[in-house]
Write a protein that binds this ligand. Structure first.
Ligand SMILES: CC(C)(COP(=O)(O)OP(=O)(O)OC[C@H]1O[C@@H](n2cnc3c(N)ncnc32)[C@H](O)[C@@H]1OP(=O)(O)O)[C@@H](O)C(=O)NCCC(=O)NCCS
Length: 387
């Protein structure tokens, strides 16, 4: 059976939505740019031999509509099919997983897994308009359905309450994310994964907008709750709203060998969980356990762990549920979405870029990426570095 390996990756810097660097970029153009730059790193690959372009996008409507995957294929002048998948925040972890599955099934050798979201451009339309929600699923519905439309900030408050996560601990985690992201920026770590993007004013964007150098525990403690009166979730311990795109090239190990392309990492196993929508923040626990069991591993085998930082309120109990101290050096060592930003559809692939970069930089072997997902899900993927 062919094994799926990652042979190239790259991402745009992440812009702050509505007032950041990438507001002038359409999501389809941005994704196409990153695809082109990442393919430039694979001169031995015949572009016509790409089997499919699978594009993860959280809200694939408006400028992200029209089957974004195929639009990106056309914009890049690739003669390949294209599809668009949404699993909200894990959309481009899903697209990478689908590529791995297709390769294991023997139905293709080369796939582009693309992740993109422009939250700014949601202003021009999205796939999720409140007017079209099913009234049968509204909160406290008589049929006893869970609240599938629960807002993400509310899920964070609910998890913080039930898992007894304190405001002080959440703020400390928020600060940790900022400090680590700033340190990673200063050391040049992110330069190895970022594809520079030319902006409309002629400047070239090479770094994420997000990390805050001037923050402190005192400043974080002074922020008002963002979602509920008397709540604990603030702008400082949540991910912000963002724009960005990332690409991972997934190939069969057999094709990589034929082309003489050194595989960077093997996709070992994945996991997927469902839980009550209001507890979605804890999705990483069961998904990661499932992936570990499929890989025949335990957390002790994992050198680097990336839990997507939707909210400190959910990363802290998710880490503990996996038997890891949330402040352990193995977890999100280069910061996470709280500092860097979380363009929903991009983040699954963005974290894979950061995880691979981290494994290569640290000379480590096994990495685990895991994410919580709106609607009550969790996803995980285990990578083993090969070069
Ligand atoms: C939390 C949220 C409502 C905050 O929105 P916002 O008020 O526009 O947030 P901002 O990031 O602009 O921060 C507002 C202000 O708070 C202060 N602030 C935010 N983070 C700070 C930090 N770490 N330290 C100090 N001050 C901070 C700043 O004064 C900031 O203003 P500035 O950006 O001009 O400096 C929004 O980011 C959000 O909805 N996040 C969650 C997104 C989500 O649900 N994603 C899916 C997850 S599953």
């Amino acid at each position: 059976m062919p094994e799926p390996v990652i042979v190239a990756y790259g991402r745009s810097p992440i812009g702050r939505a509505f007032r950041g660097s990438l507001t002038g970029w359409r999501p389809d153009d941005l994704a196409a740019l990153v695809v082109e730059r990442v393919l430039d790193r694979l001169p031995a690959l015949d572009r016509d031999s790409i089997d499919d372009l699978i594009c993860g996008c959280g809200l694939p409507g408006g400028e992200q509509g029209f089957n974004l995957g195929r639009i990106v294929s056309i914009l890049t002048r690739l003669n390949v099919p294209g599809t668009t998948v949404s699993r909200y925040c894990a959309s481009s972890l899903q697209s990478t997983r689908m590529a791995a599955h297709a390769i294991r099934a023997g139905e293709g050798d080369v796939f582009l897994s693309v992740g993109v979201e422009s939250t700014t451009r949601h202003l021009n339309g999205t796939s999720d308009l409140p007017a079209y929600r099913n009234p049968r699923l509204e909160p406290a519905n008589p049929e006893g359905y869970p609240d599938i439309y629960v807002q993400m900030g509310d899920t964070a408050e609910i998890v913080a309450e039930r898992e007894q996560v304190s405001r002080e601990e959440m703020d400390r985690f928020g600060l940790r994310s900022q400090e680590r992201a700033v340190a990673a920026q200063d050391s040049g770590f992110f330069d190895r994964e970022i594809v520079p993007v030319r902006l409309q004013d002629g400047r070239v964007m090479t770094a994420d907008d997000g990390p805050r150098r001037d923050t402190s525990l005192e400043k974080l403690a002074a922020l008002e709750p963002a979602f509920r009166d008397g709540g604990k979730v603030t702008a400082g311990n949540s991910c912000p709203l963002n724009d960005g795109a990332a690409v991972v090239v997934v190939m069969s190990d057999t094709r990589a060998r034929e082309l003489g392309i050194p595989p960077l990492a093997r996709i070992v196993a994945t996991g997927l969980s469902a839980l009550e929508p209001e507890r979605m923040g804890l999705g990483p626990i069961v998904a990661s356990r499932q992936a570990l069991a499929r890989a025949g591993m335990t957390m002790g085998d994992v050198d680097l762990l990336e839990i997507n930082e939707a909210f400190a309120a959910q990363v802290i109990p998710s880490a503990r549920g996996l038997g890891i101290d949330p402040f352990d050096d193995r977890l999100n060592p280069h910061g996470g979405s709280i500092a860097l930003g979380h363009p929903f559809g991009m983040t699954g692939a963005r974290i894979l870029c950061t995880l691979l970069n981290g494994l290569e930089t640290g000379g480590e072997q096994v990495g685990l990426e895991t994410m919580c997902v709106a609607g009550g899900m969790g996803m995980a993927m285990i990578l083993e570095r090969l070069t």
